[in-house]
Design a protein around this ligand. Structure first.
Ligand SMILES: Cc1cc2nc3c(=O)[nH]c(=O)nc-3n(C[C@H](O)[C@H](O)[C@H](O)COP(=O)(O)OP(=O)(O)OC[C@H]3O[C@@H](n4cnc5c(N)ncnc54)[C@H](O)[C@@H]3O)c2cc1C
Length: 436
């Protein structure tokens, strides 16, 4: 496809971050009388929602142990709530249930939510959690959980619909989105700024670049000549030498086909998204042991039944991302995930045969500390690398737009690249997941 010879702002990637940045930047430029959407070009090698944003489970939650993540998530929820119809957003809430080892983490998360005014309830104690869950789901029978954080905001969005909604808003502001255009390289000047972006449709002269390349970030990072290995200083002052900047994980997800209305609360409402980690032995419906180690799943009501996932699989540092989503779940995933659903609620017993093998799951690129890097990595190149936290982060683009126009963002500042050298890392929780 033929591309224009120049643009003021070039955004790489039509996923949640590229499109949110384009949309919010267009609005900000217009509001300040400094231009508008016609100054912004989004290019995507495939199309709108072709990457992780189009396959994400779509969970929107605040539950993060790290204060900076929790504050940013509250801001993201504000954006989701601005236009639930356009963003295909279901404000049904979110529940995290865990074993004793996670109690303290969730207590701290709840205390912080109280302080920042994010509405949630905390239930502690095995019997108390069971009673609370049975109030919502009379057939609840989950074991090995002693703490429950019930967030009354958040929920989930329908992945592709939400991103198409965002694309529609960006186009409505005059942003041009070119699908089928791949970025292949950059020309830099002596200061390290990008003057020209090379694509398979021709060269584009640019003033400012925004990278929102999702799991492909390592490739673009390499084209920009940024370090693939680095030293990382811990908050205690220890230096871990020569670490890989990027690691790939495969997120395993699946679904069971059933009448969605059978997965409802006792009052008939759409249930919150549920995440359960448990240390109780997990058996299938026939009593076969699946695991006696800590296990975890998340699930939500979907259009065709129930959809969700489990722990991701490590894929190393040099994973081939294309064709996306590029691989599938472990052979035992379906057995484990459906057994865990049945472990939690009786209504899911006997559902193994309803498991449907669909295009689901996908790879994510995680940074060296598993938290996002949101930063100006060249004098005129802003990189949004969310470390696979980010479908829910629809508000990051709003912050980036303000930074591009010269403002400081206290929400994005904790995610600067410099933290690896200074030791300003984020605290680590007891969750087994690389994204909590
Ligand atoms: C299975 C799965 C489930 C997930 N579930 C959740 C969830 O429930 N909640 C949550 O918050 N997060 C979730 N995530 C994480 C979330 O999906 C990602 O963090 C987020 O979507 C990344 O958005 P993005 O805009 O950076 O990238 P993407 O959506 O991947 O978009 C990047 C775009 O860049 C394009 N591109 C790449 N390279 C080039 C190039 N060279 N030239 C031009 N275009 C290029 C791609 O085609 C792609 O469309 C999940 C991820 C996966 C894989």
């Amino acid at each position: 496809m033929q591309v224009p010879k120049s643009t003021r702002y070039l955004v790489i990637g039509a996923g949640v971050h590229g499109l949110s940045t384009a949309y919010h930047l267009a609005k900000e430029l217009k509001a300040r009388g400094q231009g508008g959407g016609e100054d912004i070009l989004v290019v995507d090698k495939t199309g709108v929602a072709a990457g992780a944003s189009g396959i994400a489970c779509g969970v929107v939650r605040n539950n993060y142990y790290q204060p900076a993540m929790a504050e940013l998530m509250a801001a993201n929820v504000e954006v989701w709530e601005e236009d639930p119809a356009a963003y295909a957003y279901n404000s049904v809430g979110y529940m995290a249930l865990g074993p004793q080892v996670q109690e303290q983490d969730l207590i701290e998360v709840h205390e912080r939510q109280q302080r920042i005014g994010y509405p949630s309830d905390l239930i502690v104690g095995e019997r108390e959690v069971r009673d609370y869950m049975r109030g919502l789901y009379p057939d609840w029978r989950g074991r090995g959980v002693t703490v429950c954080l019930h967030e009354h905001k958040g929920g989930f969005a329908y992945n592709v619909d939400a991103i198409q909604g965002l694309a529609g808003k960006a186009r409505g502001e005059g942003v041009q989105i070119l699908e089928g255009v791949r970025v292949t390289g950059f020309e830099l000047d002596n200061s390290g700024a990008v003057t020209t972006v090379e694509t398979d449709g021709g060269s584009i002269q640019v003033e400012q670049v925004v990278v929102g390349a999702g799991p492909w970030v390592k490739e673009i990072w390499g084209m920009l000549g940024l370090p693939q290995r680095l030293d990382v200083r811990t908050p205690e002052g220890e230096v871990h030498r020569d670490r890989e900047m990027w690691t790939f994980w495969y997120l395993q997800e699946g679904e069971i086909t059933m009448d969605p209305s059978l997965f409802a609360t006792a009052e008939g409402g759409i249930p919150p998204v549920i995440h359960v980690d448990s240390d109780a032995p997990l058996h299938d419906d026939d009593g076969r042991l699946i695991t006696d180690e800590l296990w975890g799943i998340y699930f939500k009501r979907d259009r065709h039944g129930v959809q969700g996932g489990a722990s991701p699989l490590p894929k190393g540092h040099d994973f081939q991302v294309d064709p996306y989503p590029s691989s599938s779940v472990e052979p035992g995933f379906a057995d484990m995930w459906v057994a865990a659903l049945s472990h939690c609620m009786e209504r899911f017993s006997g559902m193994r045969s309803a498991y449907k093998t669909v295009r689901s799951g996908g790879v994510g690129a995680f940074t060296v500390d598993n938290f996002p890097v949101f930063d100006e990595m060249r004098p005129n190149v802003y990189v949004i690398a969310d470390s696979n936290h980010g479908y829910k982060m629809i508000g990051v683009g709003r912050e980036v737009a303000r930074v591009l126009l010269g403002e400081h963002s206290s929400l994005l500042y904790p995610f600067r690249y410099e933290r690896f050298a200074t030791g300003d890392l984020h605290p680590v929780s007891h969750s087994p997941y690389p994204w909590s």
